[in-house]
Write a protein that binds this ligand. Structure first.
Ligand code: AMP
Length: 378
């Protein structure tokens, strides 16, 4: 680890593994604050690469590229959980790295993540680990039916998941996934889904953003509503639980905890070791946004104020909307309290996250109404 003293101040170079939209918004925040940014991503047209001072176009496990990144940067972070933990360890011999490899290794694998949550006393949906077809019968007995079979690694946005009602269906899904390790989860009748984005610094101080209420469509986040329409006691519990997860992981950086609400109770669904789609509302509605917070945590600066300045609704813009002539930006931008964020992706594919917009209104119900109207009109 570098002996460079904290805090790391503007003028220094920061690195990020991954050049997607989260890396792009980190890059914009860092450059706004006067840092230089180096992005490592194999894709020559990556959204973050377009914004960075330097784009290293190489694989995440490329030793020469990791050395170049680690020696040029005062600190390196990541924008996605599937970064090889070994790459984080390699980088940590050159510079400050946050989050650390140990935390990322737990949360990037659903089996490890679920087991870690249960071992540490956090409530989850009923689950069982599946390593072979022979495990499925007992697993279904544990979870009940219907259940969701989810691949342990590299699943996201509902990909690598299948709903199963019988042993035969579970077997077929397991084979479909190539027999790789999976988690079987009992299907929960969801009242709501909520999430908490937070940052934790080296001294263990936490700054938590307000709780977001999230609506998904086909397993992909569609809309976030802030403040979440849940009782204050439940929101406080979500924040306390998210903080406890971060503490228990010894986490440094920005992370998100997604929850199910069922029967008035919270269950942890997933942990993301990075800023989160459900935190995009902070870009326009909070004193500090989640990407500035990522810069602050990475650089050992005091964490920013997470105060909500206005109720807000965030709407994701998926590639499906780019059919025909593409979205009606004139309709959207006609509204003075709409904030549009596009990620600079060249090809629009169904389900691909192309951008989002935030709707701000002092009246939360009016914000939701306008957000839904515009989403449908686009
Ligand atoms: P995931 O990628 O595991 O976060 O799943 C994506 C979405 O699918 C979640 O946000 C939920 O809307 C839904 N989902 C996932 N797991 C379950 C479950 N066990 N019960 C009910 N819905 C689920």
């Amino acid at each position: 680890m570098s002996t460079r003293p904290l805090p790391i101040l503007p003028g220094a170079t920061l690195g990020i593994l991954g050049g997607g939209q989260l890396g792009r918004m980190f890059t914009i925040a860092a450059r706004t604050m006067g840092y230089r940014v180096m992005v490592l991503d194999p894709d020559g047209a990556s959204p973050a690469g377009q914004m960075a001072d330097v784009h290293l176009q190489a694989d995440y496990a490329d030793h020469a590229a990791l050395k170049q990144l680690g020696t040029a940067c005062a600190a390196v972070t990541t924008e996605f959980e599937n970064v090889p933990a070994a790459s984080l360890i390699e980088l940590a011999s050159h510079c400050r790295v946050s989050p650390g490899a140990a935390a990322v290794a737990i949360v990037q694998d659903r089996s490890h993540e679920k087991s870690w949550l249960a071992d540490n006393g956090f409530a989850t949906a009923p689950f069982a680990l599946v390593y072979s077809e022979g495990d499925l019968d007992a697993a279904l007995a544990d979870t009940g039916t219907p259940a969701l079979l989810k691949v342990s690694r590299f699943g996201y946005d509902g990909k690598g998941q299948a709903r199963v009602g019988t042993l035969e269906e579970a077997r077929a899904a397991f084979r479909e996934f190539g027999g790789q390790p999976c988690v079987l989860e009992g299907f929960v009748e969801l009242e709501r889904e909520v999430s908490v984005v937070l940052a934790r610094d080296d001294a263990g101080e936490c700054a938590l953003f307000p709780v977001a209420e999230n609506r998904h469509d086909n397993g992909i986040l569609d809309v976030s509503i802030v403040p979440a329409r849940v009782p204050d006691s439940l929101a406080a519990q979500a924040r306390d639980t998210a903080r406890a997860v971060a503490d228990r992981l010894g986490y440094v950086g920005v992370m998100a905890v997604e929850f199910f609400v069922a029967g008035g109770r919270l269950m942890v669904n997933e942990i993301a070791p990075r800023p989160h789609n459900s935190g995009h509302y902070t870009l326009d509605a909070c004193v500090t946004d989640q990407f500035e917070q990522q810069v602050r945590a990475l650089c050992g600066l005091p964490l920013g104020d997470t105060r909500l300045l206005s109720p807000v609704v965030m709407v994701n813009l998926l590639g499906d909307r780019w059919r025909n002539d593409g979205p009606r930006w004139d309709t959207l931008l006609a509204h003075p309290a709409i904030k549009l964020h596009l990620y600079g992706k060249q090809a629009a594919r169904p389900g691909r996250k192309m951008g989002h917009f935030n709707v701000l209104d002092a009246d939360p119900a009016a914000a939701l109404q306008l957000a839904e109207r515009l989403r449908d009109a686009l």
